[in-house]
Design a protein around this ligand. Structure first.
Ligand SMILES: C[S@@+](CC[C@H](N)C(=O)[O-])C[C@H]1O[C@@H](n2cnc3c(N)ncnc32)[C@H](O)[C@@H]1O
Ligand code: SF4
Length: 357
């Protein structure tokens, strides 16, 4: 079945990692060991609660480090989804992986279970910076895992974190050029943010200052575009046709279901949120809140204005605000859509506030 109906994605959250990285505030906790049998009733309940009539166009195993789950656990979830839902032939099924929490055998087993896209958190190709970021893997093992992933999966993406303290333009250019030489079709390139409650925040770590971060973003934009892998979202770069379909459902304001602790979903005006604590998630399950149409519109603007190539429909926005944004050269308007310019992306918060209904 090809995807003719409205897209519907499923986000499946896995809550464990081997250790907690000092910059990360995602819902994840370190666990050397976990009990999949004890988790299964929660995952099964959440999958059974998804709206049955919707054909599935994307599934995303995120975390935490979902590549820690056994391939049989992954298969069990996918089998249950396939038994209950029409799954599109071209359904994108992504798994996030850490270089130290996957090997070739496991990649093959995930692929056989149905995963067709691997997103690897490499974060840096410099040994010193990997240490600073608290990563357990080295540069060589990350490169080896990427090479294996390319053999095992039709689609592979890697994450890098830049705008690290003291990072120079020249050093980032060399590192990003090396990442591009790996020949992937998708890169997620995030600027380091210091999140409240993380070890970096407690230690007072300072990322690159605003001016440097803007310069690094401009350089990234230029190098990626020159390599034929332009930004389709603020931090996501893909060769044409290799964009992450699942993440596009978020940015386009389309519907997606939630499975697992800390997962959230959107179905029309309904926002679904699961508790982050595994014990509480197992006990209480989902909380559903109905958004007002204005809240939904605000959310769609916050997400949609990030789409650099697709833009956001200008109908429904204040003409005065749109004219102001164009005057400031934060957006271009074509065919009834607003496209954020490079300056607009660098002023994204101000741009979004200006356009808010
Ligand atoms: C949910 S994490 C999971 C990936 C996987 N567990 C790993 O660490 O390789 C997704 C991505 O968010 C990015 N990320 C997390 N915290 C960040 C931060 N504070 N600043 C910038 N990027 C961050 C990292 O690139 C990470 O790979
Ligand atoms: S960055 Fe990845 S491995 Fe590190 S704590 Fe966050 S989710 Fe876990």
């Amino acid at each position: 079945m090809k995807t003719l109906q409205k897209p519907f994605g499923i986000y499946i959250h896995w809550p464990y990692c081997l250790s907690k990285c000092p910059y990360c505030d995602f819902a994840s906790c370190p666990a050397a060991d976990f009990d999949e049998a004890a988790l299964w009733p929660g995952y099964e309940r959440d999958i059974r609660a998804l709206p049955e009539e919707r054909p599935i166009t994307s599934i995303f195993f995120g975390g935490g480090t979902p590549s820690l789950m056994s391939a049989s656990f992954c298969r069990r979830m996918l089998d249950l989804i396939r038994a209950r839902h029409p799954v599109a032939d071209d359904c994108e099924i992504t798994m996030e992986a850490n270089p130290d929490a996957i090997d070739m055998d496991k990649m093959v087993a995930f692929r056989e279970a149905g995963v067709n896209r691997l997103s690897i958190g490499v974060q840096s190709l410099l040994t010193t910076d990997l240490r600073f970021l608290g990563r357990r893997h080295g540069r060589d093992s990350a490169l080896a895992r990427v090479a294996e992933a390319v053999r095992a999966f039709p689609e592979v993406s890697m994450d890098l974190i830049y705008a690290r303290p003291h990072q120079t333009l020249a050093a980032w250019q060399i590192e990003l050029t090396e990442a591009l030489a790996l020949g992937l079709q998708h890169y997620s390139l995030y600027q380091l943010t210091i999140e409240e409650g993380t070890a970096f925040a407690r230690r007072g770590v300072q990322p690159a200052d605003e001016e440097m971060a803007a310069e690094l973003y401009r350089l990234t934009d230029r190098l990626m575009a020159a390599a034929g892998i332009p930004a389709y979202e603020v931090s996501n770069y893909a060769a044409p046709g290799h964009e992450c379909r699942h993440n596009l459902t978020y940015w386009r304001g389309e519907d997606y279901g939630a499975v697992g602790p800390a997962a959230h979903g959107r179905i029309g005006l309904w926002a679904v949120q699961h508790p982050a604590s595994v014990a509480e998630w197992l006990r209480v399950g989902a909380e559903r809140v109905k958004l007002t149409p204005v809240e939904k519109q605000e959310e769609q603007l916050i997400m949609g204005i990030r789409l650099r190539q697709e833009g956001y429909p200008s109908a429904g926005l204040s003409r005065e605000a749109v004219a102001d944004a164009i005057r400031r050269r934060w957006v271009d308007e074509r065919d009834g859509r607003l496209f954020p310019t490079l300056s607009g992306v660098l002023m994204l918060n101000q741009l979004t506030l200006l356009l808010m209904p």
